[in-house]
Design a binder for this molecule. Structure first.
Ligand SMILES: CC[C@H](C(=O)O)C(=O)SCCNC(=O)CCNC(=O)[C@H](O)C(C)(C)COP(=O)(O)OP(=O)(O)OC[C@H]1O[C@@H](n2cnc3c(N)ncnc32)[C@H](O)[C@@H]1OP(=O)(O)O
Length: 263
């Protein structure tokens, strides 16, 4: 993958506990070069070690999300062996990304195409800007998703909608996204259009779910990941283990001491 350089994956970890990951290759509409795939995996490793983190926003540079794999690299590795290696590498990186103990949101401006559409499904939430599109263009490329995007899509929108999206290579706009449950929110038109404002809006949106102590937010994500992925008996055991990490912890004791009312 390192033989196909260009662009970068930039990570900023903020004091607020929300990190921003930027897919940065604007000359190619933020397509993933080979070196960016390697960098993505490195950034995921850094986030796995970030114990203070609570949230993650993934965005594209310069007002568009990501146009999938860099077609120049794709052409060079179009033999089955190299394709399988790339697919396995990205599947692992995106599986680890979705399992991070952080609430993650894909901030979709412009286009999320092919592998870019798959990347949005490796986040817990998707926020779409007015005029943005999520499109699994794989059929037009004679392909199916290989970065885990199909398996995740079925879990997000259900088998019927996934079949329609993949079979028709449908362009999903924000309205349709909300209707089928692919989008969790649409940015306000007044604030969208400027990258900084869109990011601010995404931070405010995510803040509704990440407010609170990091150990509790991370525990919430952990129990949801196990509920999503594991057979019920195993998920219940994991939930007990995670419960044990917050029971009698500082946030729990403080809440008990203040006799909180949940009105
Ligand atoms: C299918 C699965 C596979 C995987 O899982 O690995 C993939 O993801 S393959 C990639 C699938 N994506 C595409 O096929 C995108 C093709 N590009 C487009 O449809 C358009 O470029 C679009 C809609 C992204 C933007 O259109 P617009 O008219 O606004 O701009 P340009 O077309 O002029 O694009 C600017 C510049 O970016 C280059 N570009 C765009 N996408 C890619 C890409 N995926 N790989 C490499 N380069 C890309 C485009 O060629 C232009 O470059 P220029 O040198 O100016 O011609």
């Amino acid at each position: 993958l390192q033989a196909f350089p260009g662009g970068s994956i930039d990570l900023v970890k903020q004091e607020s506990g929300i990190a921003v990951l930027t897919v940065n290759n604007p000359a190619r509409m933020n397509a993933f070069s080979g070196s960016m795939m390697v960098e993505l995996e490195e950034r995921v490793s850094q986030l796995e070690e970030w114990t203070e983190g609570k949230g993650l926003i993934i965005q594209g540079a310069a007002g568009t999300f990501c146009s999938g794999s860099d077609l120049n690299a794709v052409r060079a590795i179009s033999n089955p062996q190299d394709g399988m290696k790339m697919c396995t590498f990205m599947q692992n990186a995106l599986t680890r990304l979705l399992r991070l103990p952080l609430l993650s949101v894909a901030l979709v401006e412009g286009n999320a195409l092919g592998g870019g559409a798959e990347l949005t499904t490796a986040c817990d939430f998707r926020l779409m800007a007015p005029g943005s599109v999520i499109q699994f263009v794989h059929k037009h490329m004679g392909l199916v998703p290989g970065w885990g995007g199909a398996a995740r899509l079925v879990r997000i929108v259900g088998g019927q909608n996934a079949l329609k999206m993949l079979g028709g290579a449908l362009k999903i706009d924000p309205e349709m996204g909300l209707q089928i449950g692919l989008a969790d929110g649409v940015l306000e038109g007044s604030l969208a259009g400027s990258g900084a404002n869109a990011l601010l809006e995404a931070e405010q949106w995510l803040g509704c779910y990440t407010t609170g102590p990091a150990p509790v937010i991370r525990a919430i994500k952990s129990v949801v990941v196990s509920g999503r992925e594991l057979p019920l008996e195993v998920a219940l055991r994991t939930e007990r283990d995670v419960f044990g990490t917050v029971w009698g912890g500082p946030a729990n004791l403080q809440a008990l001491a203040t006799k909180a009312k949940h009105k």
